[in-house]
Design a protein around this ligand. Sequence first.
Ligand code: NDP
Ligand code: GDR
Length: 383
Amino acid sequence: MSQESQKVALITGITGQDGAYLAEFLLKKGYIVHGLKRRSSLFNTDRIDHLYQDPHQLGRNFVLHYGDLTDSTNLIRIIQEIQPQEIYNLAAQSHVKVSFDTPEYTANADGIGTLRILEAVRLLGLTDKTRIYQASTSELYGLVQAVPQSETTPFYPRSPYAVAKLYAYWITVNYREAYNMYACNGILFNHESPVRGETFVTRKITRAAAKIALGLQDKLYLGNLSAQRDWGHAKDYVEAMWLILQQEKPEDFVIATGVTTTVRDFVRMSFAELGVEIEFSGKGEAEKGVIIDRDDERLKALGLDPEKIKLGQTVVKVDPAYYRPTEVDLLIGDPTKANSKLGWIPKYNLEMLVNEMVLSDLKLMQREEYLKEGGFDILNYFE
Ligand code: NDP
Ligand code: GDR
């Protein structure tokens, strides 16, 4: 394909979970992919290092630019330079709990950041050329109004993150209506993967399950075990983002699996994947998860030592520090519109997701154990 006939996309948040999967997806489709990354004191490109191309190479189709959603002039310059046909605005301070600690920054990056992208496209006269995808979220539904949640369910945000995303949602709709822009919201429910950020609950659980099975960690401390989430796989969800920008008319879509699960059950499923059975007892802050059975064959097949799994050991406890001042109790999405209009059907179910995440973290932790045994403890760098 000649470079002139290749489509050009800009992904903000390219170093994040979704940015990495989307970049890979678009490159496979033959796009030239530009990504916005923040400067940081350590490398922050782990998730996209496999896509890296030497800047001295001619005809590159993967290019990174330093930038930030809080910096309008930088965004205007980059968009002017690359003239993208598609912009995927995925950059955000995306942690709900952290948004209670950094509400102003979250509003700036997640709310006004979206406005900056829309304005850049408008000011540069690209409204007919550039299509915009906005990473909206099921957190918009917040306090349960109705289930399952669809494109017509009223919003009731419950965190500074969700309130910032509410602004982003509506400013996207407004620019679409006011300036006839092709700008759409994907209202995505939780989606996870082996490269999910380590402080989101699924990854926190799969990492801890692997460490506990290896004897590298004692306990996992969690917050609200009864929260229910509609969890899908990021790989399926980035395909939906692309489909949303390929339609004749710009519209907003809910992307979800339609199945909801408690955090507690996600814990059970993750340990079960390793051959460890957990039972929960107690209520509220006193709830705990105890090992009640183990499958020695499964453990051995995974290279684990069954002797390290002690029946009766408490491995999960509640720490109220992880509670949120206002919680979102139940999310379950209705993806009917995406199924019928986009033809989007997820390939992964929750069992497949848990399996992939747990086995990937086990491999990672086995590497860590190996290094530790060899006398190299990465946590004790400076000693
Ligand atoms: P991540 O937290 O993994 O990635 C966020 C990305 O945004 C990172 O690349 C991060 O950079 C970047 N970023 C953060 N702040 C800024 C800023 N001020 N300027 C530029 N870049 C910034 O999130 P996900 O990949 O999981 O999610 C992608 C988007 O989708 C987010 O907007 C999120 O809110 C939204 N979303 C996610 C869902 C999910 O379940 N994953 C569900 C619904 C919506 P760095 O690597 O340097 O930190
Ligand atoms: P969420 O994801 O807030 O839904 O936002 P997260 O995984 O952080 O929490 C899910 C639920 O688990 C409960 N929980 C815990 N959460 C974390 N992080 N750590 C814990 O120890 C813990 N214990 C219980 C939470 O209270 C919550 O109910 C994610 C982000 O990706 C957002 O950017 C995105 O918009 C939404 O999903 C859809």
